[in-house]
Write a protein that binds this ligand. Structure first.
Ligand SMILES: [Mg+2]
Length: 218
């Protein structure tokens, strides 16, 4: 039998990447002539909605966006050894992967995500749908849901207001994590159905039947 679909964002959910992403992305923006994106708050604001649409609204054209993201991906690959998963997320993903078809849906390059998972020996992720598959998370989530018909709920686990909004638009149920880039209030305002305070909490919400086993109390 097919395992049920469960979708997750990467940056801010699995990997603690805010400082390195922001530094490399701001450097990319400087290089391609986007001085209006200059601070970490500017970067956070881009994730209020779809990251790429926000960039266009900030005045970036497609060539600048592609060049800035290429530069960011290059730096992230070089800085890979400095990136760490959030504590307990590898264990939770390994546990979840046994019972769910885990798909990481990211605005980041697929290669960057896959390299990170491999480097840290993170198991359980069945697929990575990255920037190459499209810039709209709505379209990517809709396409995934269509492959797994009949589920009562399609959780999308994210850490930004944009994730919550795009998940809702696609017909998924957004779950916000409290350890990511945007705060709890911002996630709730954007439509988060639930907030997970910790990775163990995340497991308890999306797969309660696995929790006793994970905590060793089963
Ligand atoms: Mg994120």
């Amino acid at each position: 039998m097919t395992r049920p679909l469960l979708m997750l964002d990467h940056d801010g959910v699995v990997v603690d990447s805010f400082e390195i992403f922001t530094t490399s992305f701001l450097e990319g923006c400087r290089r391609v002539g986007l001085p209006q994106i200059a601070t970490s708050d500017d970067v956070l604001a881009l994730f209020e909605g779809n990251f790429y649409e926000s960039l266009r609204e900030a005045g970036a054209d497609d060539a600048q966006i592609s060049a800035a993201m290429r530069r960011t991906a290059d730096v992230l690959r070089i800085a890979m050894s400095a990136l760490r998963p959030f504590p307990l997320m590898p264990e939770v993903l390994a546990e979840l992967g046994e019972a769910r078809h885990l798909v990481i849906v990211s605005s980041n390059a697929r290669g960057v995500v896959e390299l990170f998972l491999k480097r840290h020996g993170i198991a359980g992720v069945a697929e990575v749908v990255g920037a190459e598959a499209g810039r709209s998370k709505v379209a990517k989530v809709e396409a995934l849901i269509a492959r797994f018909p009949g589920q009562a709920r399609y959780w999308f686990v994210g850490d930004t207001a944009g994730d919550m909004r795009e998940a809702r638009l696609a017909g998924a149920t957004p779950l916000g994590v409290a350890w990511g880039w945007h705060g709890r209030e911002q996630l709730e305002e954007a439509g988060a159905e639930r907030i997970a305070e910790t990775p163990a909490d995340l497991l308890a919400i999306v797969a309660p039947e696995l929790t006793a086993d994970f905590l060793g109390t089963g």
